[in-house]
Ligand binder design. Structure first.
Ligand code: SF4
Ligand code: SF4
Length: 353
């Protein structure tokens, strides 16, 4: 099974949209090893995602988990996959060598040209020059790494420039998501500006396609792929079924925005998973009432309980922001997909299906 390990609640950055409460709470080795055992206890695959706060503040735990899980995998024959999301500021060669050996997939949180607008070090210093150097280092070890940008309203004017900047830096996979939660405030003007940026980005993706460059941008690629395959993105999100966060104390929840809510506690790494609770919570997930009759219901991520909860306080209620964003993204992605299909059908299927 897949577990997201919150190795620490601490971080050396102080991003303006961060939803985590920072405190010096670290996972103990006892919790770490129990969590690894739990990941190996079900099915023929064990998956760990190292997360925080900033997981590289606890590199020692990552080394221990990798050694432990690789040994366990060799003994049991169960496949072990691992990944990490990091702000990148503490990446260094020794860690990257070990990470490469373990085939650790690294997602670098990096807002591109908008980095210093929201992502600053605790204490207030800018982070862009440090993270740019670390991004180059990361790509020299793992060229397949993903840049993860979070777009707050004030970063919207930099959206397209950031896509291009990250591409020029060497990333071939980028993920751009909107910043949600109580700390951000989206206006109608921001969404108009966002649409312009998505259109510019779409034109840039077409240019790359014409140049035969393969570039994965999750927002667009996912919409186009789902359109080709006829898959419903709603089927991907099953609260607490496919991926569970583990807190530094060892508690298990359905997803990160539920952490700390006793009504959603699914168990802990010592006593195991409360199966009845998992079923109860999975049953609660439903297509939001406002979406049932929408033509786009099968193309939309309206059922992401975690982002719904962050935006509206209810996992089954979609915010107007999410709805507007989904509509514009689907429209612009579909137009791009249609154009690329006309340009080169075979290559389009190869790149996007
Ligand atoms: S790097 Fe991540 S955990 Fe740290 S402050 Fe920024 S968003 Fe929060
Ligand atoms: S576009 Fe809006 S109404 Fe339609 S399914 Fe998505 S969130 Fe629901």
């Amino acid at each position: 099974m897949n577990l997201t390990l919150h190795l620490t609640d601490n971080c050396n950055m102080d991003c303006s949209y961060c939803i985590r409460e920072k405190c010096p709470k670290d996972m103990t080795e006892e919790v770490l090893f129990k969590a690894c055992d739990l990941a190996f206890s079900r099915g023929q695959r064990a998956g760990l995602c190292f997360f925080g706060g900033e997981p590289l503040l606890k590199k020692d735990l990552i080394y221990k988990a990798l050694d432990y899980c690789e040994e366990k995998s060799a003994k049991t024959g169960i496949r072990f996959d691992c990944k990490m999301t990091t702000n990148g500021s503490l990446l260094e060669e020794k860690f990257l060598e070990r990470a490469k050996k373990a085939n650790l997939g690294i997602g670098l949180s990096f807002d591109g040209k908008a980095q210093d607008i929201c992502r600053i070090f605790a204490g207030g210093k800018p982070t862009s020059s440090v993270v740019e150097e670390k991004a180059k280092l990361l790509l020299s070890y793992m060229p397949d790494s993903t840049a993860l940008a979070t777009i707050a309203p004030q970063a919207v004017p930099y959206y397209f420039e950031s896509v291009k900047y990250l591409h020029d830096l060497g990333f071939r996979k980028v993920s751009f998501v909107l910043a949600y939660g109580k700390k951000v405030n989206w206006t109608d003007e921001d969404l108009v500006a966002l649409r312009e940026q998505l259109e510019k980005t779409s034109a840039y993706l077409k240019e790359l396609f014409l140049n035969k460059e393969r570039f994965f941008m999750s927002a667009f690629n996912a919409k186009i792929r789902d359109c080709i395959s006829g898959k419903n993105p709603a089927e991907r999100c099953h609260l607490g079924v496919r991926q569970m966060p583990v807190t530094p104390e060892g508690n298990l929840y359905p997803c990160t925005s539920f952490i700390g809510d006793d009504d959603y506690l699914l168990g802990n790494v010592f006593d195991g998973i409360n199966e009845a609770k998992v079923i109860e919570i999975a049953k609660k997930a439903a297509t939001p009432e406002t979406c049932v009759n929408c033509d786009l219901v099968k193309r939309c991520t309206n059922s992401c309980g975690c982002s719904n909860r962050m935006n509206t306080g209810d996992e089954n209620k979609v915010s107007p922001l999410q709805c507007t964003y989904e509509r514009m993204l689907i429209e612009i992605s579909d137009a791009l997909g249609e154009e690329l299909y006309q340009i080169d059908r075979d290559r389009f299927i190869k790149y996007y299906a």
